[in-house]
Every structure is written in structure tokens, then in C-alpha cells.
Design a protein around this ligand. Structure first.
Ligand code: HEC
Ligand code: HEC
Ligand code: HEC
Ligand code: HEC
Ligand code: HEC
Length: 139
């Protein structure tokens, strides 16, 4: 692996340079595969369960009053804000909005006029909610 002449050695096997599998806000800020997944030794560690032990938002993010993934649940299966899938507001794991690729931003732009997380209540609520926004997983 040390001899692979690529800026990102994961791309020796995973598609990316052209397909841009990771194209999100993290990529835009210089956070790459190994920052979230660790290196080859971590991915290949026999102590982890492939496809199950994946990175979690809550490993790096914390914020007063905010909850992230449900316990033992992948991001793609987690729901928050009264049963709304995380990806409905944030996008898929490697395309967390705003992304560097325009097509991934179109849904948010069409729905609320700007790219990024869906943060405009009227996108889903037909009448303005009388209570403040909550970012919790179990209510
Ligand atoms: C030598 C080729 C190769 C390289 C280099 C490689 N991968 Fe993989 N990776 C694979 C293959 C093949 C699979 C599918 C394995 C399967 O389906 O059982 C895979 C699957 C995965 C998975 C999903 C399964 C799991 O273990 O959870 C993750 C995550 C992953 N790779 C991350 C990485 C990261 C991060 C890097 C760079 C540090 C990397 N890979 C480099 C070949 C590679
Ligand atoms: C910001 C953190 C982050 C970065 C950066 C990141 N990943 Fe991931 N990756 C995740 C998360 C979270 C998941 C699991 C998502 C889920 O299934 O809920 C995942 C899942 C995967 C999987 C399994 C795919 C599947 O369908 O389950 C592979 C393979 C993978 N990443 C490879 C990569 C490679 C290669 C890179 C760099 C090009 C990369 N990741 C960069 C967070 C990241
Ligand atoms: C390896 C640590 C790491 C993981 C895992 C991670 N993030 Fe991040 N995230 C960061 C960092 C660092 C930033 C940049 C913060 C900054 O620039 O101030 C960031 C930025 C963001 C932003 C932009 C925030 C802003 O203020 O503009 C969003 C949205 C985001 N992450 C969502 C997620 C989601 C959703 C997940 C899970 C799928 C996730 N992150 C997983 C480290 C991480
Ligand atoms: C109804 C829309 C919605 C849903 C569903 C949602 N979020 Fe969020 N999320 C937001 C908003 C709005 C913010 C705040 C953005 C800001 O401050 O700019 C946010 C912020 C975040 C951040 C960044 C926190 C920080 O400031 O560092 C992460 C990580 C995150 N959400 C993960 C998740 C996860 C994981 C789920 C699913 C369990 C989820 N979100 C479900 C709307 C949502
Ligand atoms: C992606 C869609 C989505 C967005 C965006 C969204 N919500 Fe919600 N919200 C829901 C859903 C779905 C429910 C659950 C409704 C139910 O159970 O009847 C809910 C429930 C609520 C509730 C609980 C009380 C009620 O009205 O049912 C409050 C309060 C709330 N949202 C506030 C907000 C605020 C404030 C914003 C904007 C900052 C917002 N929401 C943005 C989808 C959304």
C-alpha cells in the first residue's frame, strides 16, 4: 500500500477520483476517508464487524441539546425529529450537504432556496410549529 502512488490510497480499490464517492461538506473542509474510517489497519482490524462498525456522527459532533444516531444503528437507518430519516435533512453519508457537486444540492435549493441541511420548517410543516425545533432521536 505504501507504494500506491495516489493522494488517497483508499482509491486504489474504492472508486473516487472521478466518481467522487465522497463529495460532501467534510471533503470541502479537508476531512477524508481516514479521518472517519481510520487507515487500512483499522478497517482490516479483526475486532470490528464489517458493514456494522462504521463511523458515527456522534464520534466527532456534540452540541448542547442535540442527539445523533440511535444506539447500535447506522446513520442510514437512524431517524430523528419525530421519525424523520437523518438523510432526509442531511443527505447520504458521503454526500452530507452542502456538497461540492451541484446535483446533490438541488433538492435543498428547490425546496428551501439554499443548499445545506433542510432547516426551513415550511418544507415539511404546513402550519408554523408552535414549539421550537428539536434534534432528538426518540421523540
Ligand atoms: C486493496 C483494495 C482495497 C483498499 C486499498 C481499500 N479497500 Fe475498502 N474494501 C475493499 C473491498 C474489496 C471491500 C468489500 C469487501 C466485502 O464486500 O466483503 C471493501 C470494503 C470496505 C468497507 C465496507 C466493509 C467494512 O469493512 O465495513 C469500508 C468501510 C472500507 N472498505 C473502507 C476503506 C478505507 C477507509 C480504505 C482506505 C484506508 C480502504 N477501504 C481501502 C478493498 C479495498
Ligand atoms: C465524515 C465521515 C466519513 C468520511 C470522510 C468517509 N466516510 Fe465512508 N462512511 C461514513 C459513514 C458514516 C458510513 C456508514 C453509513 C451508513 O451506512 O449509515 C460510511 C460507509 C462507508 C462504506 C460502506 C458503504 C456501505 O454501503 O455501507 C465504505 C466502503 C466507505 N464508507 C468508504 C469510504 C471511503 C473510500 C472514503 C473516502 C473517499 C470515505 N468512506 C470517507 C463516514 C465517512
Ligand atoms: C471524523 C470526525 C467527523 C465525523 C465522523 C463526522 N463529522 Fe461532520 N464535521 C467534522 C468536522 C471537523 C467539521 C468541520 C467543522 C468546522 O469547519 O467548523 C464537520 C462539519 C460538518 C457539517 C457542517 C457544519 C457547519 O457548521 O457548517 C455538517 C452538517 C456535518 N459535519 C454533519 C455530519 C454528519 C451528518 C455526520 C455523520 C454522518 C458527520 N458530520 C460525521 C467532523 C466529523
Ligand atoms: C428535520 C431535519 C433534520 C433531521 C431529521 C436531522 N437533522 Fe441533523 N441537523 C438539522 C439542523 C437544522 C441542524 C443544525 C444546522 C446548523 O446549525 O447550521 C443539524 C445539525 C446536525 C449535525 C451537526 C451538529 C453540529 O453543530 O456539530 C449533525 C452531526 C447532525 N445534525 C446529525 C444528524 C443525525 C445523525 C440525524 C438522525 C438521527 C439527524 N441529524 C437528523 C436538521 C436535521
Ligand atoms: C424534513 C421535514 C421536517 C422539517 C424540515 C421540520 N420538521 Fe418538524 N416535524 C416533522 C415531522 C414528520 C414531525 C412529526 C409530526 C407528527 O408526528 O405528526 C415533526 C414534528 C415537529 C414538532 C412536534 C409538534 C408537532 O407539530 O407535531 C415540532 C415542535 C417541530 N416539528 C418543529 C419544527 C421546527 C421549528 C422546524 C424548523 C426549524 C421543523 N420542525 C422542521 C418534519 C419536519
Amino acid at each position: 500500500m505504501d507504494q500506491v502512488d495516489l493522494e488517497n490510497s483508499c482509491y486504489a480499490c474504492h472508486p473516487g477520483v472521478r466518481t467522487q464517492c465522497q463529495r460532501d461538506v467534510h471533503y470541502a473542509r479537508g476531512i477524508g476517508c481516514t479521518d472517519c474510517h481510520g487507515g487500512m489497519a483499522d478497517v482490516g482490524d479483526q475486532g470490528r464487524t464489517p458493514w456494522v462498525d462504521e463511523p458515527r456522527c456522534s464520534t466527532c459532533h456534540s452540541r448542547q441539546g442535540f442527539q445523533f444516531e440511535q444506539a447500535n444503528t447506522l446513520y442510514r437507518d437512524s431517524k430523528g425529529h419525530s421519525g424523520v430519516h437523518c438523510y432526509a435533512c442531511h443527505g447520504s453519508p458521503h454526500a452530507i450537504t452542502p456538497t461540492v457537486t451541484e446535483p446533490d444540492n438541488l433538492q435543498a435549493i428547490n425546496l428551501q432556496g439554499h443548499a445545506g441541511v433542510i432547516d426551513t420548517c415550511a418544507v415539511c410543516h404546513t402550519s408554523p410549529p408552535d414549539e421550537p425545533f428539536f434534534h432528538k432521536v426518540n421523540d
